[in-house]
Design a protein around this ligand. Structure first.
Ligand SMILES: Cc1cn([C@H]2C[C@H](O)[C@@H](COP(=O)(O)OP(=O)(O)OP(=O)(O)O)O2)c(=O)[nH]c1=O
Length: 201
């Protein structure tokens, strides 16, 4: 049977917006309180960014499945995602505060980094997962511009302390990959997983 809607297990308004772009009806399924999310997002010693982002996505999906079962909700596919920024093997998550955001942006200035978004979808007993990797080159940005950007508040809640869909677009010289993936939900890969779960897209 073709599913009529999916559960989006994400607090990110960007993900809801991007999913809407595909014309897929969704309901939010918020699985975990903030402190549990922080614990779940801890990096293991020696873990690569690629392994990390996929592991966290899978854990988010486990938590969402548990919440779905607890609430005896109607059956529908559940979608999760996680985005991480990697400078070499260094993982840059969401900044803790303004000073941390400034440090991250200084590291990204004048360099190319990777943005990885892992997505996972569960429908019944079946689970599918994909990873999108984009390369993003930042122009050199001086300390004053970094401070002015951080003062806008935009970096908070964003992996790597920036938003390509916002003012940080002015820092980006080049991208290779997926604009939607950098924003948090790669459209091509998401459509592919949804088709596997029975959607016509
Ligand atoms: C690099 C980049 C990240 N981001 C965002 C996407 C994600 O929301 C966020 C990374 O944090 P995530 O932990 O992937 O997601 P989240 O905490 O916002 O939501 P949830 O875990 O509930 O799904 O960074 C942008 O919006 N623009 C960008 O250019």
């Amino acid at each position: 049977m073709t599913p009529e809607f999916i559960y989006l297990a994400s607090q990110s308004p960007r993900r809801a917006q991007l999913l809407g772009q595909l014309g897929v009806k969704h309901e939010l399924l918020l699985a975990l309180p903030d402190e549990d999310v922080e614990a779940l997002e801890a990096v293991l010693p020696g873990e690569s960014p690629t392994a990390y982002v996929q592991r966290v996505t899978s854990l988010k999906l486990d938590a969402a499945m548990a919440r779905w079962e607890q609430r005896s909700l109607p059956r529908a596919p559940i979608l999760c995602a996680d985005t991480t920024v990697a400078l070499g093997r260094t993982i840059l998550g969401k900044p803790e505060d303004a000073a941390n955001a400034e440090r991250m942006l200084a590291m990204l200035s004048g360099h190319t980094h990777r943005v990885m978004t892992a997505i996972a979808l569960q429908h019944g007993a079946e689970r599918w997962a994909l990873l999108n990797v984009s390369h993003v080159r930042f122009a050199p940005i001086d300390a004053d511009r970094i401070a002015a950007y951080v003062a806008t508040g935009e970096p908070l809640g964003k992996a790597g302390a920036y938003a390509i869909q916002g003012r940080a677009a002015a820092f980006i010289e080049h991208i290779s990959g997926s604009h939607s993936g950098i924003m948090g939900l790669p459209m091509f890969e998401t459509a592919r997983l949804l088709r596997q779960a029975g959607f016509r897209l």
